[in-house]
Design a protein around this ligand. Sequence first.
Ligand SMILES: [Mg+2]
Length: 235
Amino acid sequence: MLTEIDAVCVDFYNTLVFHREGIGRGRALIEYLEAHGFAHAPWEHQVLYDVFDQHDAKYSPHGSPGDRDAYYAYLADRVFERLEIPRSDGDARRHAAGLWRILGPDAFDVFTDVRGTLSALRAHGYPIAIVSNWQRGLRHYCTELRLSDHLNHVVASGDVGMAKPGPGIFLEACARLATRPGRVLHVGDSFAEDYRGGKAAGLQVVLLQTDPGPPPADVPMIRRLAELLPLLGVR
Ligand SMILES: [Mg+2]
């Protein structure tokens, strides 16, 4: 089924990580704001892209505790501003830690087989790139979720200005992996973004389907990331 693979691309959300609390960041954020009595503009996914647009530039996971606290307060202020929430002096700083826990990498857990699988793939000589529709600074999440050591590249839509299912973000990842799309295997959980998008860009694709239903016809499918290893001849 898979032929002459040089490198592997993986989706991020619901492929490597999942929401720790079982609800998305948007819902968790709105519940938090309403529990604290804040009236707010309607939620939309774009809010994440807008409030994190300086995450790559202004933040470092290796910064001092003081620098990180200042960034969390800045991020909280961006949330208040973007959701048109009237606030008083000190609100951003008071809610900085609470909002960071909801929006930052602490909101996610890594599936148990992920680090072992990525590590085995790399030990076997496959370079790995994340290809994700995600706001700016996904590489910092990967650092804080202890995934970075298993990755060669992180290609996020917010950073490169191209999103799945379009071909551009896949081709950017292939360029960074220094190989042709036809020699790259992409794995992800979305039929539209990962499977269809990856195929259209010329990659080989395996769908990660975690729900128990049957896969779409003629789609190569795995149930857990670790099932990639036998497909690629990795023990
Ligand atoms: Mg996904």
